[in-house]
Design a protein around this ligand. Sequence first.
Ligand SMILES: *Cc1c(COP(=O)(O)O)cnc(C)c1O
Length: 354
Amino acid sequence: MRPAKAVIDLAALRHNYSLARRIHGGKALAVVKANAYGHGAVACATALAGVADGFAVACLEEAEALRAAGIESPILLLEGVFEAAELARVDELGLWMVVHQSEQLAWLEAFAAARPLTVWLKFNTGMNRAGLPLARLAELHAKLAAAPAVGSITVMTHFARADEPDCEETMAQFARLEAALAGIRVPLSVCNSAGILGWPSIRGDWARPGIMLYGADPMPGEGHGLRPVMQLESRVMAVRDLAAGDAVGYGARFVATAPMRVGLVAMGYADGYPRVVPDGTPLCVGGRRTRIVGRVSMDMLTVDLTGCDAGVGAPVELWGATIPVNEIAAAAGTIAYELLCNVKRVRFEYIHPA
Ligand SMILES: *Cc1c(COP(=O)(O)O)cnc(C)c1O
């Protein structure tokens, strides 16, 4: 069997959720959109079901999968419904939904719900992506509060730059929201992971931690006590000796300057490992840190084994316990979110909490 696998530590996931909730101090929806950032949404939500206040997903289809797997906790649709016809399913499944634009509001006002719906009204405080105009907060809140289909309202916004500790925009976004609230008493949700970790003076009632649940710290420097959840692993499948001047792999990007041993590892960009990483990108072979040499191929990559006795079958960690996924993301010029979401084809193995 091809040895490439993603080992998912569900105890670490639970630890990170509890840490997020404790640091924030309020309730927390565990964000499990995009298949729980590539970790498996059903497995992750099931592991968190006993501890999480609820879950957040991107769309109805993702929520339906969780309900079908027996998840009975609140589930928030972060982008709400994409068409009016979805409201009936939202009602039926008891989902919570974001309303971030005015068509969604109109659909909701025209909808006869079997039970009053929980709505999270999302306002644009400066990111200019999703969200209703802040100037209409009081008006829209009053309008929605009067709509028969609506049971409870939470006001939310999303930060554009919370992962930048010295950036004034995060405080400015929060200040704009507070000013628009002008004394309206309504539960608030503003913090993603970076908000929770980096902005202790900004809180609200509900946090929405995503990336930190999976153990990747979005703030520079890390050190918040998060535990990595995914370990991407494989094994050495062949070993070769190179002479000085021998090149390795496509495009002969790496050329040996001295005799060396190179290991071939069963992991490639078809598994979601980023092709763009340069020579020197770290990984661990047989517990020892070494480096990638040569271009990553679709199914394989090559590593420097000079001076280590690892042979065929030696275990390889691409990221996880010793190599932070953030480090590989930096080498690839991207963020951990993208790498984690991209993991595919490999076997998924789940370590369940004791
Ligand atoms: C994805 C998402 C989150 C989670 O963000 P992280 O940076 O992963 O913590 C929170 N809120 C909204 C609206 C999101 O779309």
